[in-house]
Design a binder for this molecule. Structure first.
Ligand SMILES: NC(=O)c1ccc[n+]([C@@H]2O[C@H](COP(=O)([O-])OP(=O)(O)OC[C@H]3O[C@@H](n4cnc5c(N)ncnc54)[C@H](OP(=O)(O)O)[C@@H]3O)[C@@H](O)[C@H]2O)c1
Length: 348
């Protein structure tokens, strides 16, 4: 495993997916690094569009790339939008990695995920267990696309000497998480459910499954810190797991989230819902050998995440109100009797 110093300072750095949970954490962390940050919105460049990506890279020529753009979601999204999860993630990885290589990008970080390891791989999950057995069927399309991205980064390294590396984050949570009632991950789902029960004065929250499965959670700002550390110091084809190395049962996690949210009712478990794999924990010995460990405790991280959730909900409500007022205003303007020129407005 090679390590090599890479100077970020003074570089033009592209963060793909900068508005997502990981991308925005990277933006916060990179703000301390004296780099020129480059971003582009999806409406300007859809990263699935090869021609648009090629043209944008040729014009901007980033020297370093964090490829944190992807189609991401929980078990329901993964299992129902199977074509999009496979196609979009293959297209994004192949377009960006090829364009980075073609424009002499000096360093690229590709984001894999802990859920691409084989379903029955020994725990804690080691990096070399990738491709050693069948995948979890519910997220197979996503996993196949992510494995292809990792292999692509590896292939550009072996064939062209490109300094492209891959990381495997565990379950993440924190500011910018997706709280969609159907498509969210477990931590976001619990925060939302306990918060809504508290606001509604509910006496019971039902958690899916038996509560027995064990999972690992990493606060997303810790992930961003690990990524900057690896970007500066790591250069090798093998991916690096990023996690805390500690897991917790869903039942224990539910109690912690309820306490952070201030929900004082009962918690029950809907055992008719699937549990998924009994345990998912990353072996983080490679990462700790490279000199990094997580610093945000789970308790502190959940409090920070809940604070961010409330701030983001306030923001969402403000936006909804603004949209509502704007629509009312447009509806009003479109009334010909209010238009001095007597023309209905279609300025929607
Ligand atoms: N969340 C986790 O627990 C977790 C765990 C392990 C690994 N990861 C990996 O970390 C990376 C980032 O995940 P995340 O949680 O930050 O996801 P996220 O919050 O859903 O953000 C994904 C970002 O990708 C952008 N994006 C998606 N499709 C795009 C397209 N066609 N063109 C341009 N931009 C596009 C989105 O843009 P918009 O803002 O326009 O939607 C968004 O900014 C992913 O590779 C994921 O696999 C995440």
């Amino acid at each position: 495993m090679a390590s090599a110093a890479f100077e970020l300072k003074g570089k033009t750095v592209f963060v793909g997916g900068h508005r997502g949970m990981v991308g925005s954490a990277l933006m916060r962390r990179l703000a301390r690094e004296q780099v020129d940050l480059l971003t582009v919105s999806r409406s300007e460049v859809d990263l699935r569009d090869q021609a648009a990506v090629t043209a944008w890279f040729a014009a901007k020529r980033p020297q370093a790339v964090f490829l944190a753009a992807a189609k991401v979601g929980g078990i329901v999204a993964n299992n129902t939008l199977r074509a999009e999860f496979l196609h979009d993630n293959l297209a994004i990885s192949s377009n960006v990695i090829q364009a980075a290589h073609a424009n002499r990008c000096e360093k690229l970080m590709f984001f894999g995920s802990s859920c691409i390891y084989p379903r029955l791989a020994p725990q804690p999950l080691r990096e070399d267990s990738m491709l050693t057995g069948p995948l979890e069927p519910t997220n197979e399309p996503y996993a196949i696309a992510k494995i292809a991205g990792i292999k692509l980064a590896e292939a550009y390294r072996s064939q062209y000497g490109a300094d492209f590396i891959s990381v495997m984050p565990t379950n993440l949570y924190g500011p910018g998480d997706n709280y969609h009632p159907e498509y969210s991950h477990v931590m976001a789902a619990l925060i939302r459910r306990f918060h809504e029960a508290k606001i509604a004065g509910g006496s019971n929250v039902v958690v899916w499954g038996t509560g027995k499965p064990r999972r690992e959670f990493l606060y997303v700002d810790d992930l961003a810190d690990a990524c900057i550390h690896l970007m500066k110091t790591y250069s090798s084809p093998e991916p690096v797991n990023i996690g805390t190395g500690e897991d917790i049962s869903i039942a224990e996690l539910s109690l912690m989230v309820a306490a952070a949210v201030g929900f004082r009712g009962e918690i029950s478990f809907d055992t008719s819902r699937p549990d998924g794999t009994p345990r998912k924990l990353l072996d983080v010995s490679r990462l700790s050998g490279l000199g990094w460990r997580a610093t945000t405790s789970l308790k502190e991280g959940i409090q920070l995440a809940y604070r961010a959730f409330r701030a983001e909900s306030d923001q969402r409500h403000k936006c909804d109100r603004l949209v509502h007022e704007k629509e009312a205003c447009i509806t009003d303007q479109s009334n010909p009797t209010n238009d001095p020129n007597g023309r209905p407005s279609h300025s929607r």
